[in-house]
Design a binder for this molecule. Structure first.
Ligand SMILES: C[S@@+](CC[C@H](N)C(=O)[O-])C[C@H]1O[C@@H](n2cnc3c(N)ncnc32)[C@H](O)[C@@H]1O
Length: 499
């Protein structure tokens, strides 16, 4: 694909513009305000789009000169703004809007023409040589690297430091913005906060902190951040030099939960340290092709047909019979089969060849019949606990069917903890503490769990608990359970006091 087609495609995927109130908030957070003295400052907007942030920034700049009793010259204004837009259509629109604004604000047209050309570079910000900016406000493109047009992805990978080229493009933008910012400056970005929680953001977070930056989520769920309603969610993230006071901090509730999590972890250790194993359900690929409906008779050998559970099945405290079954090309030992040894599977799968071969991982490959992830023997051991990746109140259900769960579910093997007692303490509030402290908040109170948070859920080692505590946690008498739980964790089950 040619570069200009790639730019078109990228723009199509990421042009979700900032709403006016959110643009104003980003600028407030970094102190780019009309009553500040901006006469020596420089605002960087790295990807201007059609100018939501940039126009408000320019308006504030002009008012700031005026409120300080000055009429700015061309030379005063020129170094104050730097912005980029890769897409020629959007760059033309923003320049036109900006020119009109400048003229409305009393700037002579010939100066307005010069300023818009100087201020808006129709160029690729990621490939720019960094200059200096005192303030940065942005809504950087949120596009996963795997969805980035290949020409651009390889261009960036050749040019940019590795720490910024994982996960999604907004990390590369943040990294580049850090190269621009001068000592004492701040960056506010409207961005998916996913990179802060996902493994791929780790390198960037560590690197940024080690360079003396503090990263704060100033608002984890701004309402109506975009001009149009989109399914995506986002947060306002602030990067400031360590020690610089911040105008606005993350919500108190989040901080309370984080303090509680730290304290519980220090006292008890984590679910990981307690010996529990966490896995996400294997990705199969090709929608529901590998799933059998309850009444579907499969000619496939029994060993390759396993119980299967999805989100809908997690309604009570335990599942004793699985509604669905799944066909897997792995034997009970977790070894990948050779279909020629399994004639039933071979016939079944060959009828689905078309759907399975369409998957990008298996296109033109002999092993079109494979699931994306392996299905190791662990899945045939149980019981285990299952938990949805997305929920508005985290809970675990016991699975006694040794099912393979859907890719949107997590499984927890309880190690030395009795599975039902572990379920009780996790549902009693330990998962909720982790969720409130760590999980990215989505719309309408929903939360997204990652394996890393589950592993960091506070949990003592079963073998370290006294006989009485073990008895109390396992007791059928709810009052006895409640008292023991409270004594151990400091809050009553079901009442984390964080709601
Ligand atoms: C999410 S939009 C945000 C636009 C604007 N900042 C706003 O808040 O409304 C991202 C914009 O970045 C532009 N863009 C993407 N990659 C870019 C790059 N490497 N350099 C400059 N602009 C880029 C896209 O064309 C798109 O217009």
């Amino acid at each position: 694909m040619e570069l200009h087609a790639a730019i078109e495609q990228l723009h199509d995927r990421c042009a979700i513009y900032t709403s006016a109130p959110t643009a104003a908030r980003l600028l407030d957070l970094i102190g780019w305000t009309s009553n500040a003295d901006l006469s020596q400052a420089t605002l960087l907007e790295p990807c201007a789009g059609e100018g939501s942030i940039l126009m408000e920034g320019v308006r504030r700049l002009l008012h700031s000169f005026r409120s300080n009793g000055r009429t700015p010259s061309l030379g005063d204004l020129e170094p104050r703004i730097r912005s980029f837009e890769l897409h020629p259509g959007a760059a033309a629109i923003v320049r036109k809007l900006l020119r009109n604004l400048l003229i409305e604000e009393g700037i002579p047209p010939e100066h307005a023409d010069q300023l818009v050309l100087k201020w808006v570079g129709e160029r690729d910000f990621l490939l720019e040589k960094p200059e200096r900016a005192t303030h940065v406000a942005a809504n950087p493109p949120y596009v996963r690297w795997k969805n980035l047009p290949a020409v651009l992805a390889s261009l960036y990978r050749e040019t940019l430091p590795a720490v910024g080229t994982r996960g999604d493009l907004s990390v590369a933008f943040l990294n580049k913005m850090l190269e621009w910012i001068s000592d004492g400056g701040s960056i506010a970005a409207l961005t998916s906060d996913r990179w802060m929680f996902a493994q791929y953001g780790d390198g960037f977070l560590q690197d940024t902190k080690s360079r003396g930056w503090t990263i704060t989520v100033a608002d984890e769920r701004p309402s109506d951040p975009f001009m149009k309603t989109v399914g995506a969610y986002s947060a306002i993230v602030l990067l400031t030099p360590a020690g610089k006071p911040i105008h606005h901090l993350s919500s108190n509730r989040r901080q309370e939960a984080q303090a509680m999590l730290r304290e519980l972890l220090a006292r008890h250790g984590s679910l990981h340290e307690a010996g529990c194993i966490v896995r996400v359900g294997p990705a199969l690929g090709a929608g529901r092709t590998f799933i059998l409906d309850p009444d579907e008779i499969a000619e496939v050998e029994d060993e390759l047909v396993r119980p299967f559970l999805d989100r809908k099945d997690l309604i009570g405290s335990a599942v004793d019979t699985a509604r669905l079954r799944v066909v897997v090309p792995y034997d009970r030992r977790g070894v990948l089969i050779d279909p020629s040894d399994w004639p039933g599977f071979k016939t079944w799968v060959s009828k689905r060849r078309e759907a399975l071969s369409r998957r990008s991982q298996f296109r033109d490959k002999d092993q079109y019949w494979r699931t994306i992830d392996a299905v190791p023997a662990l899945w045939s051991t149980g019981p285990k606990l299952l938990m949805p990746e997305l929920s508005n109140k985290p809970f675990v259900t016991i699975d006694r069917t040794q099912a393979i769960p859907a890719h949107s579910l997590y499984a927890i093997w309880s190690g030395e903890w009795p599975t039902d007692v572990l379920q009780r303490v996790l549902n009693g509030g330990l998962l909720e503490v982790t969720a409130k402290a760590e999980a990215p908040a989505l719309k309408h109170g929903w939360m997204r769990f990652y394996k890393r948070f589950l592993l960091r859920t506070p949990l003592p080692q079963w073998s370290q608990l006294s006989h009485d505590v073990r008895e109390g946690l396992s007791s059928d008498d709810f009052q006895e359970f409640e008292e023991t739980f409270k004594g151990l964790f400091g809050f009553a089950p079901g009442a984390t006091s964080l709601a």
